[in-house]
Design a protein around this ligand. Structure first.
Ligand code: NAD
Length: 505
């Protein structure tokens, strides 16, 4: 056990993640098609209880909530629920660290801490990936091959900027802002923490981070790693809890900037909370991305891209390609191939390396998906679901498509955040663009065609922050990410992601 683990949560017991009742192979029925290949969780240490990480100490909050594995319903641990007093303490610790150490430290020294953290993440990547999958329900293939490499890459990337801020924005001088309040969602718990922490810290700010209530464990483990990396106390503080904790943090008058990723609904509440305060904010909100397939596209490649864009990770992706526009001549072929591919997806144990589709994050999220899917059938769209049997325990939803959709249907207009795809056809590029833009969101999109000129034309007409051509869901720390319209304010990633954490004079 590491020193940090030893020190944390005075008196709290630890257990190996695999302790407790062993899963029967038949709890995950779909896995029966392949020999099971479960990733071991023996090496993951999950404490029975986690405290709040404030000012370099682990502080017990009197109120506690459980966090569960959504694939099994099993309780993994309990975490503290930070009330206004604890949030105040965390902000005070961040302010002290900002004034006494972090903001006055030379950039090259701050960079060293971030490089160290990035290397520690790489060393412990397997442990973090397994824990992310256990707490969130996403397939291990995604946490291991996408989330963790990107988390380390973000810390490496922004570590590199820490001593070059004066060259990043020619003609202007870069100053840190102060204390940053960061609130993140459950779909990429550790990656969202990295997107937030890495640029904020590189710029000389200190942070109070609030992870989502259903997926707090990897952020708390990251706090242990931050402690192990020797960051000065108070530079990073982690307070767990639900929406109320987030609201206390956002409303705290000594927080100089709020960085939020989550739903558009909560983003609007935060905007209202901050209106007139003069405090800064960036918002990364919901999406309803359109994938547009032209009849000159390589259909098999496009079908794989659509599946990757909406069904892997259960559609729990803000930039998920949840609307599909297919040129009329190839619509039947695309839908037929899509159904065949959907039937072949492996749905089940998220820790199994064969698994494509994992668990839905919570009962609440599952209920939300069901309500919207029911509305699709009620409003006249045609529903088709893949044939996998769902595991008996936990929260699951079958990959689902709707055809015969109208622009006014709720399944076309609202973010579902589940493995549900609304398909429509188009005849001309103009019609495709008009339909794709007919949404309150503008986060991402995809274009599939053999013609480079068509890619340039269509992508320049679609109002979305990120557009992929003949691929989908590709990320890089050097590339900015963010939305138009109700998908958000500001950008994360790249040079553009540094600016919101700086006072440029
Ligand atoms: P959510 O808005 O319900 O919650 C997000 C976070 O905000 C959680 O930590 C929650 O506890 C907290 N919160 C809730 N109410 C609050 C309040 N009044 N004040 C302050 N904090 C509050 O979102 P979610 O269900 O956790 O995540 C899914 C949403 O996140 C989807 O809409 C998705 O599109 C969006 N998302 C966007 C991006 C992006 O980069 N644009 C990335 C990931 C997720």
């Amino acid at each position: 056990m590491s020193e940090a683990q030893d020190k944390g949560a005075a008196g709290s017991k630890t257990k190996s993640a695999s302790s407790g009742k062993k899963k029967s192979r038949h709890d995950f029925v779909d896995g029966d098609r392949y020999a099971p290949a479960p990733e071991s969780s023996e090496h993951v240490v999950v404490k029975d209880s986690y405290d709040l990480f404030i000012g370099g100490d682990w502080i017990r909050a009197p109120k506690r909530t459980e966090t569960r594995n959504p694939a099994t319903g099993e309780v993994l641990s309990e975490v503290g629920e930070a009330g206004p007093g604890m949030v105040k303490k965390a902000v005070a610790a961040a302010r002290k660290a900002y004034e006494e150490t972090w903001s006055t430290m030379p950039g090259r020294e701050r960079g060293k801490y971030l490089y160290r953290l990035a290397r520690l993440i790489q060393e412990r990547a397997r442990e973090f990936a397994v824990l992310e999958t256990m707490d969130g329900g996403k397939p291990i293939r995604e946490s291991r091959d996408v989330d963790l490499p990107l988390v380390a890459a973000h810390f490496f990337y922004y570590a590199g900027w820490a001593d070059k801020l004066d060259y990043a924005f020619p003609g202007r001088t870069a100053h840190s802002i102060g204390v940053i309040g960061q609130v993140i969602p459950w779909n990429f718990p550790l990656l969202m923490a990295a997107w937030k922490l890495a640029p904020a810290l590189a710029c000389g700010n200190t942070v109070v981070l609030k992870p989502a209530e259903t997926t707090p464990l990897t952020a708390l483990k990251l706090a242990e790693l931050i402690e192990e990396a020797g960051f000065p106390p108070g530079v990073v503080n982690v307070v767990t809890g639900g929406g109320k904790t987030g609201r206390h943090l956002v409303r705290h008058p000594d927080v100089d900037k709020v960085a939020f990723t989550g739903s558009t609904e909560v983003g609007k509440m935060i905007q209202r909370d901050l209106a007139g305060t003069g405090r800064r904010y960036t918002l990364e909100l919901g999406g309803k991305a359109a994938n547009i397939i032209f009849d000159d596209a390589t259909v098999n490649q496009a079908v794989e891209g659509i599946v990757n864009g909406i069904f892997f990770n259960q559609g729990h992706v803000c930039c998920a390609g949840s609307r599909l526009f297919v040129q009329e001549g190839i619509a039947d072929t695309v839908v037929r191939k899509l159904k065949r591919r959907m039937d072949n997806l492996v749905l089940g144990d998220p820790l199994d390396k064969n698994t494509d589709v994992g668990a839905i994050n919570s009962q609440e999220q599952l209920d939300r998906i069901k309500v919207l899917v029911d509305s699709g059938s009620e409003e006249g769209a045609k529903c088709w679901q893949s044939g996998q049997k769902l595991p008996r325990k936990g929260f699951w939803f079958k990959p689902t498509i709707f055809t015969e959709c109208a622009q006014s249907h709720q399944i076309v207009q609202k973010e579902i955040f589940g493995p549900v795809l609304a398909i429509q056809t188009f005849r001309t590029p103009e019609e495709a663009v008009e339909k794709a833009n007919n949404t309150p969101y503008g986060l991402s999109g995809g274009v599939w065609t053999d013609k480079g000129s068509k890619i340039f034309k269509i992508t320049s007409q679609i109002r979305a922050g990120v557009l992929w051509a003949n691929t989908f869901n590709k990320f890089d720390p050097a590339s900015p990410f963010g939305g138009y319209k109700e998908s958000g304010v500001g950008r994360e990633g790249g040079l553009q992601g540094l600016a919101p954490y700086l006072d440029l004079r």
